[in-house]
Structures are given as structure tokens and as C-alpha cells.
Design a protein around this ligand. Structure first.
Ligand code: BDR
Ligand code: CA
Length: 388
């Protein structure tokens, strides 16, 4: 890729407003949400469907670090494709879960689809590295225990069966099942087509994806996760009636200011999980920072998937949301993959369908920064990756 192409590619990903630069208090642990284990026997079970991916990695370590504090139990990592091919995503999940807290190593990894339902997959290795983990030097390369030795054929029925099992168990025990998608929505679309009962068994569905103002990152109007498999996204929005969306533009205006990002990175020597992420994020968030700042007034780290997981753990992070109808454009010479939102302002308002989505419009930046600063710190300090 030439320098000019790299700039163009980065332009798709980076557009940011200046953020406050106050360092967070490292003492402050964000308050527990109402649905925590402390408030009753009801647990919150979480499945993370991902295409890791450097920001997926930060998100998953965040989940591992803080889940317990928020009464959340991580039940499975569902593996897709997207930022890089599934073979890499699978290995990356094995590497990342080593850093997802003391119990991370026992979280099941479930390989799902390795390609879109209809579309042809493109990847984003220019940003995530050829291996999807920033081509980081000095991180353990395994061997890690994997559910498969090589590439996994598309449409894993095992994954769907396991997800259904977890969902049924959660329901039978009165727990809340949260499904969070940090990549293309292929696995969920496929699972709910095979097992329509998942629609009612998944109590909360949070997706990082889409853009509500038609300013995309992967095309002029398309956000990467949706555009990678528009048919799957369309099935998800048409099937579920309360998809919670953490959109591309939300993550743009809620970047992590560089001073906070760097203060967090400086803790790498004391925390193996931060050390791992520091290496994984280095290419995109350190080496290329000056390019971002000069070209796009990029004053903080846009870590999309981590913001989505923070919101999963702490729903009160959302200061403002709007209930809307969302559909996905499947045709269009310029707009395929666009998330089309009925904001209630057009003459066609209300004509396309019932509201199916809670669109997060604003989040509490202070709490987000506090949660970010706990990534890799929240875990027990005695937990060390087993293969280091
Ligand atoms: C999304 O695209 C991917 O590259 C990131 O991991 C994130 O999930 C942002 O558009
Ligand atoms: Ca992702």
C-alpha cells in the first residue's frame, strides 16, 4: 500500500474532536449497575462475538478485567472473520483470553462462520496488522490450545448449538443473556435463522456497528462491521426488536485522550495484560499517531469495540439514547451497507417499520475514561498468562 493509500484508508477510520485531558482518578471504581449479582441471584451472562482485531482485543481484556465488578460472567467467545481472516481471529482469541483475568483461559472459544452470508469479505489488515493483532513484536505466539487446528469451515453448527445451550441454560436459571457483536453479524444472523427461539432467549443485544449520519469508515456511507456482511446485519435488525447500537460516530466523539491513553500504557511493566495490549496497539495508536494528529486533528484513541463493551458492562454509561427504526441498505450503487435510521424527521417517518433499536447518542465520557483506565488493572495482579 502506498503512503497516499494509507492516508486515505486512515481517513476512513479517523475523525475526531478534541477531548478533555484530565487524567482519571485511578482510585475510582465505577459504580455497579442495578443488575449485578450483588442485587440478587440474577447473573448477567455475556457472549462476545468478535473479529479480533486490535480494538476487539482491548474490548475483550476490558471485559475480562471488569466483568466481575459488574456482575457479568463471560460464557463464550464466538469467533468470526472481518478485520482479518478467521484463522487469525481464532488464534488471536486464544492469545487474548490469556489476558482476560484469572478465569480467562477457561472461556470457551467457539468458531463460527468464516465468510459473509452473501458478500465477499474484505479485510482491514492495513489497520489491524496482517495477523490482526498489530503484528506486535514480543507477544507470546503459543502454541495455545485451540478448538481447531486450521481454518474452520463456514457456518459452524457446533457454535450455534453451544450458543443455544448457553441461552437455554441462562433462561432456565433466570439469568440475563447478553450477546455482544464486535464484528460482522454473520454468526448471529445464522444462529437466529437456525434457532429462531434465540430471539427471545437473548435478553440484551449490543452491537458495535453502523453509522446514523451516513458518514462511514469502510465506504462513504458504510461502517465496516455492517458493510462486511450487510445481509447478516439486515437479518439481525429485522429479527430483533431492541438492538442496542454503539455506532461508529459515537466512538469517534468518545475517543480516549492521549494523556489518559499514555498514562494507562505506562503501567505495562506492572500489568501483563496492559503490556500485551500496549504491544498490540502500538502500530495503530503509537507509531501512526502523528499521522492521525497532523491530518485529521485526531486527539485521542478511537477504540470502538472497547467502548461497546464498557456500555455492555455499564448500561448507565449511556447518557442519551433514542428509540428508532433501523434498516440496512442491500442495494444501492453508492450506499450498500448503510444503516438507514428513521430519526422521525422525514416525511416517511414511521412508514418503514416499528422501532427495533436503541441508538446510543451520548455516553458519560468521565466514566468511560475511568473504565478504560482499568483495562488490565481490574484483574487480579497475581494472574499471569500461562504460556509466558
Ligand atoms: C469496527 O471495525 C473494525 O475494524 C473494528 O474492530 C470495529 O469493530 C469499527 O468500524
Ligand atoms: Ca471488531
Amino acid at each position: 500500500m502506498t503512503e497516499a493509500e494509507l492516508f486515505l484508508a486512515l481517513a476512513k477510520l479517523l475523525l475526531i474532536k478534541s477531548m478533555a485531558t484530565n487524567a482519571p482518578s485511578s482510585e475510582h471504581v465505577p459504580s455497579l449497575p442495578e443488575a449485578s449479582t450483588e442485587s440478587g441471584n440474577k447473573e448477567r451472562w455475556l457472549i462476545i462475538d468478535n473479529d479480533a482485531g486490535i480494538d476487539d482485543a482491548a474490548a475483550m481484556v476490558l471485559a475480562g478485567s471488569l466483568a466481575k465488578s459488574y456482575g457479568v460472567v463471560i460464557k463464550a467467545l464466538v469467533v468470526s472473520y472481518g478485520n482479518v481472516g478467521q484463522e487469525h481471529v481464532l488464534r488471536n482469541n486464544a492469545k487474548i483470553r490469556q489476558h482476560m483475568g484469572p478465569d480467562g483461559i477457561s472461556i470457551p472459544i467457539l468458531p463460527g462462520h468464516d465468510k459473509p452470508l452473501v458478500a465477499t469479505a474484505g479485510h482491514a489488515s492495513f489497520w489491524h496488522g496482517l495477523d490482526g493483532l498489530g503484528d506486535a513484536k514480543g507477544i507470546p505466539q503459543g502454541p495455545f490450545p485451540l478448538p481447531h487446528d486450521g481454518p474452520v469451515e463456514g457456518g459452524s453448527q457446533d457454535m450455534i448449538a453451544r450458543v443455544t445451550e448457553i441461552a437455554e441454560e441462562a433462561a432456565s436459571k433466570g439469568h440475563e443473556l447478553i450477546y455482544c457483536v464486535l464484528g460482522p453479524m454473520t454468526n448471529l444472523a445464522s444462529a437466529v435463522r437456525v434457532n429462531p427461539k434465540l430471539k427471545s432467549l437473548i435478553k440484551r443485544l449490543v452491537v458495535m456497528g453502523g453509522c446514523g449520519n451516513a458518514r462511514g469508515n469502510d465506504s462513504l456511507t458504510g461502517e465496516f462491521n455492517v458493510l462486511t456482511d450487510p445481509e447478516a446485519a439486515s437479518i439481525v435488525f429485522a429479527t430483533f426488536d431492541n438492538v442496542e447500537v454503539v455506532s461508529w460516530e459515537l466512538t469517534l466523539v468518545h475517543s480516549v485522550p492521549w494523556p489518559i491513553f499514555d498514562k494507562w500504557r505506562s503501567l505495562a511493566p506492572q500489568h501483563p495484560a496492559i503490556d500485551f495490549l500496549d504491544k498490540v496497539l502500538h502500530l495503530a495508536y503509537v507509531e501512526r499517531r502523528v499521522v492521525h494528529t497532523d491530518s485529521y486533528k485526531y486527539n485521542g484513541a478511537i477504540i470502538c469495540d472497547a467502548l461497546a463493551i464498557a456500555y455492555v458492562l455499564e448500561p448507565k454509561l449511556a447518557k442519551k439514547s433514542k428509540s428508532v427504526w433501523v434498516g440496512v441498505e442491500l442495494e444501492g450503487t453508492l450506499t450498500r451497507g448503510q444503516t438507514v435510521v428513521d430519526w422521525g424527521t422525514s416525511q416517511q417517518a414511521g412508514k418503514h417499520g416499528d422501532k427495533n433499536c436503541t441508538w446510543v447518542i451520548d455516553i458519560d465520557q468521565t466514566v468511560w475514561e475511568e473504565m478504560f483506565a482499568r483495562i488490565g488493572v481490574g484483574e487480579s495482579s497475581s494472574s499471569k498468562p500461562s504460556s509466558e
